[in-house]
Structure formats: C-alpha cells, structure tokens
Design a protein around this ligand. Sequence first.
Ligand SMILES: [Cu+2]
Length: 255
Amino acid sequence: MDRRRFLTVSAAALATPSLVGTRAAARSVAGQPLPIPPILDASGRADAPLEAIAGAVDFGMGGKAKTLGYSQPYLGPVLRMRRGEIARPVLKNRLDFAVTAHWHGAHVPGAVDGGPQLALAPGKTWAPELEIDQPAATLWYHSHIHGETGPQVYRGLSGMLLIDDPDASNPGLPTTWGIDDIPIIIQDRLFDRDGVLAYGLDMPTMMHGLHGSTILVNGAVQPNASVARGLVRLRLLNASNARVYTLKFNDGRGF
Ligand SMILES: [Cu+2]
C-alpha cells in the first residue's frame, strides 16, 4: 500500500489501555516489511504437523520476549482447508504444559474442536479428522485451555484458518499469496521496558480484557506492505484478546 492509501488500524477503546510500552520504542521499529505467514494445507493429510513450541522473539521493543507458537516462534502457519474434504491437521505438543488447537468458527463437532476438554498433554500428538462443509471463510485457530486461553493466545498460540469453497463463484479475487492476497492478523500487545510481552491482570483488565498499547500485524510492530496497483485482497483477522478495531483507509475510500 502506498502512502496515499494505507490501511489505518485504529483502536476503538472500550477500556483505557494501561500504557506500559514506550511510544518512542514503537516508532523506532515501525515500518519493517509485513511478515507473511506460510500456508499449511490441511486438506487431506497435512504436509506437516503444527508443533506447539516456545520461542524468544525480538519485537524491537527493547529485548527478547518469551513467546509461544505453532511451528514457529510466534503465531503459526495459515491453515487451509477445503469444503467437501476431510481436513487432517496434526498437533504435536512440544511444550511442558497442556495446549490445544481450537478451530474457531469451523462447523465441526465438539469431539474434534480442540476445546478445553481436549487438553493435549506435553509430548502428545493429536490428529483429528475435520469434515469441512461450510461456506468459504477467514477464521482462526488458537489454544483453548481452561483458565489459560488468554495468556497462551497472548503469547502467540494462534493462527489464521482459511476455508476455501471450490464451488463458490470467485469473482476475480486475487489469489497470489502475500502479493495480492494478503493476511492481516491484528493484535495489541503490552511490552515492558525490557521488550517482554507483559500480561498482567489487574481488576479493570479482569473486567474488560487485556488491552495493549502496541499494534502488531502478523507479529510485527506496525509493518508496511507495498503492493502493485490493482485489486488486492486483505484477509482481516482480529486476533487480539479483547480490543475492538475500526479499520479504514486514510483517504476515506470504501472497502
Ligand atoms: Cu476462539
């Protein structure tokens, strides 16, 4: 997106965020290229498992943050499933605490939906079969452990989930991943002075959810993407714990 037509992510704050990170730090790392998560095709047998792992990521906020991710240090690959097929994602837990992968928005039975009752113990592997029969959608997956969902997702255990519908008419929508078909995973985070992801639950946060003061897109602080002239598809995912956003172009054009 060029300067005249960039997408502005602004926060419609329902609660006042507690400002722990410094704005100067956020400004100094803003503008790096937008990371594009790889696609993991889970139609049929997935080529690779999702591996829940720990990471250490320098977000440019003053030091390395302890993170979690699926097969990468923070967030996970974009899972792709197709309507009319059985998706077979595989989750391996390489952490020393229980996690899940919950297919948020997928119309699948609870027995395979990665909810809290399906907590996957350390070292274990889970290979559900998901019968995909719903319209094309941009969804997400995330860990869903009772009492731990908030902090686990906050530290990185989530990713985008795309459902394609081969029968749906595609009115010339762009399809080149990362070029004109671009995932936009929006999250707000708090960083302390050492660049560490801060997750503190004071009373207002307990009531309204955690709101961060720094916006990450695909795991990078306020990144930039340049795209060619023409139609561009943005796949928008609010993967924040509690924040609500208003998205608009800076020249006021419509989506
Ligand atoms: Cu969910």
